[in-house]
Structures are given as structure tokens and as C-alpha cells.
Design a protein around this ligand. Structure first.
Ligand SMILES: C[S@@+](CC[C@H](N)C(=O)[O-])C[C@H]1O[C@@H](n2cnc3c(N)ncnc32)[C@H](O)[C@@H]1O
Length: 424
């Protein structure tokens, strides 16, 4: 399978004016959450107004489509090309990129309409072909399976469902009081929840483990942000998805009384737990704020260092997480993030599983995509270091699933440019 989220299908005919445009319209309407549909031609004829009219009658607006040439789309990388005009399979070019090509010829409505006496009879020709194309597009997942052996993946959970699911999962963990909260083995470290061992495997020292209030180390991380950057006395540190406050308390020791640590988490039960832990430990330089990492409750340009441990990967809007991180960092401020990245395309069953989202796996993207995102936002000194040895603890997250072959923990470093006072 290619390195993209949804299957890409191209409907191809000579002029990309009528049949291929109707097929694209139907495919987007029926399968838009599972298939990216495109259409193109080998000549540019413009959009047929009668095709637009009869599609509108069926409730589908293709008036915004434009007539495209195959050459315009060579870089897209299709899984399947469907030629839809009578002889397209003979006249169409060989398609680059290894896509499967199948031919499904439909009659040409303008040609059929030549013999029609009235305007309404002409439109009936278009309607007939429209409905034939619809019947074909309805079977697209089956066609795809038969022709290519590939299943079109089920749709991914919606952003709200992911957020609600993640929040519910971590609320359960926060209130489980050390026992396993999980309905399945899908917490970030389900086997070791509430046990210091899990964090010991991530590179925390015995001193770290004993320095924090009991219950703060919940064994939910995938790395140790404390080793990614050296915190300095007096710095302001922000922890994205602070959980029980483990990394915040360790950071508090590093920045001292003149420094300040803010933990942000969207799960109220986690915030309550972290605040109770702060009270237990008597921390005067740590506070916890309820909020989403995509919309941080933190002022512009006010933070020296952003830490995070195994939180960004399940976010349904990772670009927004990094944009808001950029906003709150001071010029010259730095990111020191431990997160899970994908080694390639995740198996279909994983990428659509809400359980796997909550378990810090399904939302993972490749390291190079993280780098590209950071670069686009304006970060500099970007480094995403994939920790191959993390396979050892990741295999315990979903035992027997083989997921350790698809994801790794990574250390993500980047800096907001020092002369960037204007763009926060
Ligand atoms: C895997 S746990 C990690 C907790 C902590 N960083 C640690 O290492 O112990 C993920 C935490 O991030 C929080 N979280 C997940 N997605 C979030 C989001 N979009 N905004 C804010 N918090 C989020 C969860 O509520 C949970 O407490």
C-alpha cells in the first residue's frame, strides 16, 4: 500500500467533461471518507453543463469541478485508474506509478443525445448514464478488492470521536488508583500501569523515580523528555499532556524556585490528580491547567522549553499542536518531545482503531512528516531521532499484535528562531 491515508482512484476519459466528472462526483459523495476520487482526460474539453445539471438533480454539485489533463495529476500516485469512456482503454496513455487500470465503458451522453428530439429527452440520456455510473461507483470497494486484492480501509474515527475516546481513556486511568484501567491492553504502557518499572525502561533514573510524589509516575510515557534538553535554572517550562505530572515535577527540580512549570492536559481527572500530587510534594513552582494542546491556555511568547511525553501522536490535528507550540515559545525557545512515530504506513486495522489511537499508536506519522511539519511552521535546528531500541517496550503495548514492527519512540528537537519576535 502506498504512503497515503486513503485510496486514490482516478476516473479517466477522453475529455474529462462528462462521464469521468460524474464518476468523480459520485465517488466523493459515496466514499469520500475512504477514497480520494479524481478525474482527468487526455484532452481538455471543459465541463459539460448537462452533466452538471443531472448531477444536481441527484443532489451532487459538480459545478466547481474543472476539466483536467492526466498530466496535471502525474504526481498524485493512484491505487486504481478506471477508464470510463468507450475506447479509453485503447487510447489512454500507460499510467505511471504502478496503478491498477481497469476499463468500464459507459455510453457517451452527448452522442446518445444527438438522436433525442427534445431538451428533456436529451437530459434523459445524461440521466441514464449518470445512474449507470452511480451503480458502478456503489460497487467500488468490491471492484477494488477484486482487481487489486486490496481492501479499502474503513474510515478513520472523526476528530471529535478520537478526542472524546482519548479523554475517556485517560480519565479511567487517572481514577483507577494504580490498578489497570484499561478495557483492553491499550494504554501506552498497559502492562506496567502505575508501576515504576515502565518508566525505568524509558531511561528515567532511580533518582527520578523516587524524586516525584507517589502516583505521579503512571508509566504512560514513551521516552524521557528530560534527557532531550538540559533545563536551566529560572526557565519557564510547559509540558503538553502532563498526565499525573511526572515530567513537570522533574522539570521543577531542574528550573528551581526562580523557574516555573506549567502542565496542560485536557482530561479533568488527570488535572485533579496532578494538582493533588503537587500538593503532596509541596511544589510552589508548578501549576496545572486544563486545556487542549491544540489550543494552549498559555500566553504568546512566554515559554522557554516545551516538553511532552507520548501525547502528540493521538492528536487529530498535529499541525495545530505544533503551530500553537510555536506561538507560546519565546524566540529561541525549544521543543524537547518524546513521541511515537510510524515507520511507514500503519496496517489498516490499526489506523482506524480508536483503541489504537488511545494507545498512542494509530495517530503516529513518519519522522520525516514531523520534520516537514516543523519546518513548514518555521522551527529551526530540527532533529527527529528514531529510537530503534524502543521496539523492546513497544512490543508490550499490544502483545502479540506485531505493532512493534510499525512504530518507534522518537526524540523530537527543534527551536523557534531567535529573531522571531514578530511571528509568534
Ligand atoms: C500517554 S499519557 C502521557 C502522560 C504524561 N505525559 C506521562 O508521560 O506520564 C497522555 C496524556 O495526554 C493527555 N492528552 C491527550 N491528548 C491531549 C490533547 N489533545 N490535549 C491535551 N491533553 C491531551 C491525556 O489526557 C493524558 O493525560
Amino acid at each position: 500500500m502506498k504512503d497515503h491515508d486513503r485510496y486514490r482512484v482516478l476516473f479517466l476519459c477522453t475529455g474529462n467533461s462528462c462521464r469521468s466528472q460524474m464518476a468523480e462526483g459520485w465517488a466523493r459523495a459515496m466514499w469520500g471518507d475512504r477514497i480520494e476520487a479524481y478525474s482527468a482526460g487526455i484532452e481538455r474539453h471543459g465541463l459539460n453543463p448537462n452533466a452538471v445539471k443531472v448531477m444536481a438533480e441527484a443532489g451532487i454539485d459538480i459545478s466547481g469541478h474543472r476539466s483536467k489533463l492526466v498530466d496535471d495529476l502525474v504526481d498524485v500516485g493512484f491505487d486504481l485508474v478506471v477508464t470510463v469512456c468507450d475506447h479509453a482503454h485503447e487510447t489512454c496513455p500507460m499510467f505511471p506509478g504502478g496503478a491498477e487500470v481497469i476499463h468500464v465503458g459507459f455510453d457517451d451522453p452527448p452522442k446518445l443525445a444527438e438522436a433525442a428530439g427534445t431538451e428533456e429527452a436529451k437530459l434523459d440520456c445524461y440521466r441514464r448514464v449518470r445512474d449507470e455510473i452511480k451503480a458502478f461507483v456503489e460497487t467500488l470497494p468490491d471492484v477494488m478488492k477484486a482487481e487489486t486484492g486490496k481492501d479499502i480501509p474503513a474510515s478513520r474515527p472523526e476528530a471529535t470521536a478520537i478526542r472524546d475516546g482519548v479523554r475517556e481513556r485517560y480519565a479511567g486511568i487517572a481514577t483507577a488508583d494504580g490498578g489497570c484501567c484499561c478495557s483492553s491492553t491499550s494504554c501506552c504502557a498497559p502492562d506496567a500501569l502505575g508501576q515504576p518499572d515502565a518508566s525505568a525502561k524509558l531511561g528515567y533514573s532511580d533518582n527520578d523515580l523516587s524524586a516525584v510524589p507517589e502516583g505521579a509516575n503512571m508509566g504512560l510515557g514513551c521516552g524521557n523528555p528530560q534527557v532531550i534538553t538540559a533545563l536551566k535554572t529560572g526557565e519557564t517550562v510547559l509540558d503538553l499532556g502532563s498526565g499525573g505530572g511526572f515530567d513537570c515535577f522533574l522539570a521543577a527540580g531542574q528550573v528551581g524556585d526562580s523557574g516555573h512549570v506549567i502542565g496542560v492536559d485536557m482530561t479533568p481527572e488527570m488535572i485533579s490528580k496532578a494538582r493533588a500530587n503537587a500538593d503532596k510534594g509541596g511544589y510552589g513552582n508548578v501549576e496545572f491547567r486544563l486545556g487542549e494542546i491544540e489550543h494552549l491556555p498559555v500566553a504568546d511568547g512566554s515559554v522557554d522549553v516545551i516538553l511532552s511525553n507520548c501525547v502528540i501522536n493521538p492528536s487529530p490535528d498535529k499541525p495545530q499542536v505544533y503551530r500553537d507550540a510555536f506561538r507560546v515559545l519565546r524566540p529561541g525557545g525549544r521543543l524537547a518531545i518524546a513521541d511515537v512515530v510510524a515507520l511507514g504506513q500503519l496496517p489498516d486495522g490499526v489506523s482506524v482503531s480508536l483503541d489504537a489511537y488511545c494507545g498512542c499508536v494509530a495517530g503516529a506519522i513518519p519522522a520525516r512528516k514531523v520534520e516537514a511539519l516543523l519546518q513548514e511552521i518555521g522551527f529551526v535546528e530540527i532533529a527527529v531521532e528514531v529510537k530503534q531500541e524502543s521496539r523492546e517496550f513497544i512490543k508490550d503495548w499490544f502483545p502479540g499484535s506485531g505493532l512493534e514492527e510499525h512504530v518507534r519512540s522518537a526524540e523530537i528537537r527543534a527551536r523557534k528562531p531567535a529573531g522571531c519576535g514578530c511571528c509568534g
